[in-house]
Design a protein around this ligand. Sequence first.
Ligand code: DX5
Ligand code: ZN
Length: 218
Amino acid sequence: MVKLAPSILSANFSNLLEDIKKVEDAGVDLLHIDVMDGHFVPNITIGPLVLNSIKGKTKIPFDVHLMIENPDKYIADFVKGGADIITVHIEACPHIHRTIQNIKSYGVKAAVALNPATPINSLECIFEDLDMILLMSVNPGFGGQKFISFVLEKIKQLRKIIDEKNLNIDIQVDGGIKIDNAAEVVRAGANILVAGSAIFNTDDIEETIRLFREKTSS
Ligand code: DX5
Ligand code: ZN
């Protein structure tokens, strides 16, 4: 069963909880929270304070995507804010094995994200430690960008490795996912789809989520 993770980056921040309730009522699986620091990526977005304010007000698990430098410094704060999954970028972590162990020490799921141009083999030594791998299908920083199609090959490559090694790792894909390309991304091997603008920039969020489900269930 493919999981859907709406990214609140495209939600209405002046009425965030209302938008979260809409996706919760539509039965989504994860709430994707994009944290940006203005260093690793050009944009600045959400911090632990925002997580704290929505914590306990929704039942959707928090899937926290850290697009920040020095993520180790902030992991405890995001755990306190209610994170269920914490994803760090391999490009921001010179000691990725240590960072993964740090995340896991809090009893939350650990994931690593790869930018579009970062090869899969950079994960070779840490596969066994991961709960999820996030393949970026845009260069991180902003919502509403176009899906980079060469990432489809990376998804296939990663799916093959995970199946061959018989590992229990989710493949999440993030960036430019729309109703029209969701099926292709799932066929390539993804089992968690992030979608921001395609969900929140629509008039009928519930119907959009229903269509996503329809396209991705085989
Ligand atoms: C991009 C973020 C994404 C973004 C996706 O840096 O990591 O999660 O919100 O937005 P869309 O679905 O609009 O590409
Ligand atoms: Zn994201």
